[in-house]
Design a binder for this molecule. Structure first.
Ligand code: ATP
Length: 624
């Protein structure tokens, strides 16, 4: 009732029960959200909006809520379907010009002044005299048109896009044009300022918190609002877990591992428990699905559909499936191999094209190494111990030379056994080992979690080089000398998933060839923003340009140090933040999204381990 009373804030005139949700209500909510910095208020405004949409929707109308949610997160489909917006500036300028009768030069001049195309569109619209009041926009109408824009491809698609955008803009009233344009740019985002998490939790009603946790856990198993929202509306939150289970065809968020620095750490964690060591293959993660109807799908770590990148894997898959195996989901690593079956490093795999690969053109051969089975013949196996999942994997699939094998494993328990297996894995071309709990509920598959029940030991850690970090590029500095036309150095950030904010961590300028700098420039230029995003904690960094956080790089560092400039992991180890010393670029991680970047806890852990290592090194030197 309280929420309903508050919901008046986002109500709009003329919205009657049974109507499709008016876009004006969404735009009103966005505008109020934009005007506040308070996290709770933002949440409350969204709650109000969703509540009104649910209350006013006609019986059986699920689309209104679903599409409202999608528009709020600026998406049009689940990640694995990958329908994306991100319309270029020039196309939008053309459409704004056409719908408001202004010249391109005027629109461009306004853009220079305002720095935000959404504002330019809104102001242009509002200063325009119109004879007739246009028919109000509805959420389903906007959503369908945005989808049509995103899906139009080919020769005449540019004109088609401009004409749909022009039509949408012509119908905009009040603040609507601002948000339509931001959605089209792919830049609409509800920003969360830094918040005091604990206080929020206390103030958030326990029941709401419980609901949010259920939803989060269900969503990590089946990350599709297309499936979760109808189930939520029909069955309610308490039955959601029963209704929404892992389904072949919908890639779940993968389980991840924690890094370790020494084998001793593994033994500390797993002492007295049964565990297994597996080769950590140096390839690309592949979640392989066979749906109930027999179709096959291969998905990346980031839930992207990779069937077009790996038509060879799709074609060779039937060879490894035993007859008793119908539907399944298994977790594997796709690794480049030579004709003789020698494992090749990731660099070889990255030579493959990412899209529209034809089997006959393939030069880099790929073998799948399966390490987990998550679903089999209609049943989810997530809540079974790893030992059982592995037995089922071996019973239902068979190795095929150069095509499919099980990840090589050893269930050794002593330090020596692990050391020997680690050396063997490195000799065979792997990155190191994955050590996994085998029994009890501690070995269940944990979607989307970086779990202590999966530890990784990389060969690099043992050499004392340290783990790499995956960081988001949030800014850049123009180059000097020969490099004035490209960015010469970059500002990187880690991502705090709890606070939903990026935190700058270091400036990086080494490890780049001239060609690389050019290619980074080409990729990053379209992501330039006139000001930093509100969810970026900047500290003292002063780059020349800011970027939409999107691109993730893997970076190595000599060591980590406390920093008065960068706010990464601030408050976890010290009042100061933590920065990287002598960071070096390793590669682009296009299998990771910005919110998969290394988190502040991991940064703090790495800093802590380094402090420990230097203490024990000193002890050794002192003869202690
Ligand atoms: P990394 O840089 O180590 O790949 P990441 O964040 O992508 O980091 P981690 O959780 O650190 O992922 O390491 C697990 C990754 O290692 C998996 O995503 C998978 O791609 C790869 N891998 C290779 N062999 C195995 C294996 N036997 N079991 C699990 N994962 C494996």
């Amino acid at each position: 009732e309280d929420a309903l009373a508050k919901a008046q804030a986002v109500d709009v005139q003329g919205w009657k029960e049974g109507d499709p949700a008016p876009y004006a209500a969404l735009a009103k909510a966005f505008s109020l959200i934009e005007a506040t910095t308070k996290r709770l208020e933002k949440t409350s405004l969204l709650t109000s909006l969703f509540l009104l949409v649910i209350r006013r929707s006609a019986p059986g109308d699920i689309q209104s809520l679903l599409q409202t949610v999608y528009l709020c997160i600026n998406r049009l489909s689940p990640d694995y379907i990958g329908i994306e917006l991100g319309i270029g500036e020039s196309l939008l300028i053309k459409a704004i010009g056409e719908s408001t009768g202004r010249s391109l030069a005027t629109v461009k001049a306004d853009l220079k002044k305002e720095g935000d195309l959404g504002l330019v569109a809104m102001n242009s619209k509002n200063s325009q005299k119109t004879l007739f009041k246009p028919k109000p926009l509805t959420v389903p109408y906007v959503f369908t048109n945005l989808k049509e824009i995103a899906l139009s491809a080919g020769h005449s698609s540019q004109n088609k896009k401009v004409s749909i955008i022009t039509k949408l803009l012509a119908a905009c009233q009040g603040v609507e044009a601002k948000y339509i344009i931001r959605s089209l740019e792919g830049k609409l985002r509800i920003e969360q300022e830094r918040s005091n998490k604990r206080m929020n939790k206390e103030r958030l009603a326990a029941r709401l918190e419980e609901g949010a946790n259920i939803l989060k856990s269900v969503y990590s198993e089946i990350p599709s609002y297309d499936l979760v929202i109808p189930a939520l509306l029909n069955a309610g939150i308490d039955k959601l877990k029963e209704e929404c289970k892992l389904t072949p065809g919908v890639p779940l968020k993968p389980m991840l591992a924690k890094p370790t620095k020494a084998i001793g750490e593994v033994l500390d964690r797993f002492e007295g428990k049964r565990f297994t060591c597996e080769y950590k293959y140096d390839g690309e993660r592949a979640q392989v699905h066979r749906f109930e109807d027999g179709t096959v799908g291969v998905f990346s770590r980031n839930s992207e559909d990779m069937s077009k990148k790996y038509p060879d894997l799709v074609a060779q898959l039937p060879n490894c499936i035993k007859e008793s195996t119908k539907s399944f989901v298994f977790d594997a690593e796709a690794v480049a191999i030579s004709k003789e079956g020698k494992l090749l490093p990731f660099q070889e795999l990255s030579k493959r094209k990412r899209k529209d690969v034809k089997v006959e053109d393939i030069e880099v051969r790929v073998c799948l190494f399966a390490f987990d089975l998550l679903y089999l013949n209609g049943e989810s196996l997530l809540q079974k111990p790893l030992a059982d999942r592995r037995t089922l994997l071996k019973e239902h699939f068979q190795p095929v030379p150069l095509e499919f094998d099980f990840a090589k494993a050893s269930d050794g328990e002593t330090m020596d056994e692990i050391q020997t297996f680690l050396e063997e894995s490195v000799k065979d071309g792997c990155e190191g080992l994955m050590v996994k709990m085998l029994d009890s509920d501690a070995s269940f598959y944990e979607p989307s979690r970086r779990s202590v029940n999966w530890l990784k030991i990389k060969k690099d850690y043992l050499a004392g080089v340290g783990d790499s970090l995956d960081l988001v590029v949030v800014g850049a500095y123009y180059g000097k000398g020969k490099r004035t036309n490209v960015y010469g150095a970059f500002l990187l950030a880690c991502y705090d998933a709890d606070a939903e904010e990026y935190q700058t961590i270091c400036k990086i300028g080494t490890g780049f060839s001239e060609e690389m700098l050019q290619s980074h420039y080409d990729t990053l230029k379209p992501l330039e923003m006139s000001k930093p995003r509100g969810d970026l904690k900047i500290g003292g960094a002063k780059p020349d340009v800011w970027f939409e956080p999107k691109i993730v790089w893997e970076v190595l560092t000599a060591d980590l140090s406390l920093s008065p400039i960068y706010p990464a992991a601030q408050g976890l180890v010290d009042e100061r933040g933590i920065s990287l010393r002598f960071p070096r670029f390793i590669r682009i991680r296009d299998d990771k999204g910005a919110d998969d970047a290394t988190g502040p806890e991991q940064v703090a852990e790495m800093y802590g381990r380094q402090a420990l290592a230097s203490k024990s090194g000193k002890k050794k030197k002192d003869g202690a």
